[in-house]
Design a protein around this ligand. Structure first.
Ligand code: SF4
Length: 596
């Protein structure tokens, strides 16, 4: 391990020792009982906890208390009982077909189990799949678990992952052990943990990639799984690796976004492929990750990520859930100071190099995750398959696993666009694969509306959702695709609430759900609807979308989206102007006039 071990005092640097002194005094104050009952849970922690994997977390809580901060309920729950020590309680609850109560609902999420009442009186289970890449036997396993123990389907998420839904309380243990049995896990997939590590979905097969990100995704994934201190952060945390391939990994929307770059001859570092690191992406809070001005050897990325997370553990806000993400630590410390803290934890120097000294990233194919594409391996192609905003039936999962085995290498690649890719298909089998995909009721054909259409769970399965995003997304697709054909890619994102799981702020068109006041037979009512934004993007199109239309009823959304796209086609500067460029060239008033 490159990072100095925080639980071994002999390895502490001077800075760390000084820091620990502050922590020890904070913890002493807490344990003296002089801080009031609101912090009693943390104050009651046994002293032994400060030397184990929880030491850094105990230290951060004690520092909060010493600074007269009031820990939120989630922090007290974490201090009281480690979620990975509640297996027996979970088994007992399952045997009695009971749901957890109180803060145990939060702690269950460490196991990837979300009790989603009142939206549904059942659990949702979110997996973690390193880089979104899995094998056919695992997909069959997911299908079988869904068939036996959950609703008979699975959703692909916007973190290239699977979620199972409609799990009765009696089946919780069956689902968790079933995932284990097929080499999958849901550990740390929810609550205050590092979520599924994403990477380039065409890793290892993309002709233009600079580096295969899959080994790094796997290394990061296993590092997290095997280091208990990497759980129970101040808030959730996202990490992505972009290898420069045709399909973007959206690294700039993550807390840590690593993106591969080539450095040519004659620079201050040896020529080769490195990663640059961006920090602080959280588009729901209107911020993208910002470049740190350094290049990192691929073999050092996981150690750097680990150090970034450790600083976040120490500095993240544990008193206010709204301000607990890493962005707010960066806002407070500044990137330079944050990076100094990271450097203090590393046994090798971080190397500065301006982004302008690196070669530009190879271009992204905005909808390159659909249709057939040649691989770097001669005679092989991969195919991106559309799903209805991520939903797959059990029969479809089995069918896709069969296709991957029969015509590919048994590899299935989930993408953040809620679709999937099957790779390693012999060119001569393309027509057979097309027929096989159609036989399972899915499509490989590029579709100007569905290619970039994503939706979060929404009100059908999430208590925060103000509208049924998935159903409304499909209504938009079915209405608009029969009326208008676009000749350039447009992404449409529907998200159910301000948590912005479908990242509406980076959509060409982004809809965030809202209850809309209306009148039905003279009575005031509220119906499902949206506020509509335009002009968001990522990478070279990076930007936060602007609101153009407010309080649009869900039933009116398909017609409005059609009008917006017609307005774009009729008013763009020329055929090469993208929707992104068009919607950023016009003012909001002009957009309202031309697109409604
Ligand atoms: Fe739920 Fe909101 Fe996330 Fe949608 S954006 S899945 S409604 S939390």
């Amino acid at each position: 391990m490159n990072v100095q071990k925080m639980n071994d005092l002999t390895e502490f640097s001077d800075e760390q020792k000084k820091y620990l002194e502050g922590f020890t005094s904070g913890l002493s104050i807490a344990r003296s009982g002089g801080l009031g009952s609101s912090n009693s849970a943390a104050a009651a922690k046994p002293t032994t906890a400060t030397t184990g994997p929880e030491a850094l977390h105990d230290q951060a809580r004690a520092n909060t208390i010493a600074a007269a901060g009031k820990l939120v309920a989630e922090e007290k729950a974490k201090a009281d009982k480690h979620p990975f020590e509640m297996w027996d309680e979970m088994r007992a609850n399952a045997a009695a077909a009971k749901f957890p109560k109180g803060t145990d609902v939060f702690l269950y999420k460490y196991h990837g189990m979300f009790h989603v009442a009142p939206a549904q009186d059942s659990f949702m289970c979110r997996l973690r799949i390193a880089g979104g890449i899995m094998k056919s036997y695992q997909l069959r396993g997911v299908a079988d678990i869904a068939e036996k123990f959950a609703g008979p389907f699975a959703h692909i998420t916007t973190r290239a992952n699977f979620q199972l839904r409609e799990i009765p309380p009696a089946n919780v243990i069956h689902v968790l052990t079933g995932l284990d049995d097929c080499g999958l896990t849901s550990k740390g997939a929810g609550a205050d943990n590092i979520r599924n590590v994403t990477g380039s979905p065409t890793a290892g097969i993309d002709p233009q990639e600079l580096i295969d990100t899959q080994p790094l995704c796997a290394e990061m994934h296993h590092y997290i799984l095997n280091h208990r201190e990497m759980y129970g952060l101040p808030r959730k945390f996202n990490i992505a690796f972009d290898g420069g391939g045709k399909v973007a990994a959206l690294d700039d929307t993550n807390d840590i976004g690593f993106f591969a770059v080539t450095v040519g001859e004659g620079k201050s570092v040896p020529a080769g492929v490195y990663f640059r690191m961006r920090l602080g992406g959280i588009t729901g809070h209107h911020d993208f990750a910002r470049d740190c001005g350094i290049v990192i050897a691929p073999s050092d990325c996981v150690a750097v990520a680990e150090a970034v997370v450790r600083v976040f553990i120490s500095e993240g806000d544990r008193t206010n859930r709204q301000k607990a993400r890493m962005k707010y630590v960066l806002d407070r410390l500044g990137h330079d100071q944050y990076l100094k803290r990271v450097q203090a934890l590393l046994s090798f120097p971080l190397v500065s190099l301006a982004e302008s000294e690196c070669e530009p990233r190879p271009a992204v194919a905005k909808h390159g995750h659909v249709d057939f594409h040649p691989q770097k391996q001669a005679g092989r192609v991969y195919v991106g398959i559309l799903t209805p905003v991520g939903k797959l039936t059990c029969a479809q999962m089995h069918g896709l696993a069969d296709i991957a085995d029969k015509f590919g290498s048994g590899t299935i690649r989930l993408t953040v666009w809620q679709n999937l890719i099957i790779s390693d298909i012999a060119t001569e089998n393309i027509d057979l694969v097309k027929a096989a995909i159609e036989a399972v009721g899915l499509s490989w054909k590029t579709n100007s509306i569905r290619n970039g259409l994503i939706a979060c769970t929404g009100s059908a399965g999430c208590k925060f959702g103000a509208s049924d995003t998935k159903a409304n997304a499909m209504q938009i697709a079915e209405y608009v695709e029969t009326r208008i054909q676009l000749d350039s890619p447009v992404n449409i994102h529907l998200t159910g609430c301000h948590h912005s799981c479908a990242q509406h702020y980076i959509g060409d068109i982004g809809l965030i759900a809202a209850k809309v006041d209306t009148s039905v037979n003279g009575d005031d009512e509220q119906v499902e609807g949206y506020h509509v934004h335009v002009g968001g993007g990522y990478g070279t199109e990076q930007g936060i979308a602007r609101e153009v239309f407010r309080d649009v009823k869900a039933v009116d959304a398909p017609v409005l989206i059609e009008k917006m796209l017609r307005g774009y086609m009729a008013n763009r500067a020329d055929a090469s102007e993208s929707f992104h460029a068009f919607s950023n060239r016009l003012t909001v008033d002009e957009l309202k006039e031309k697109c409604a």
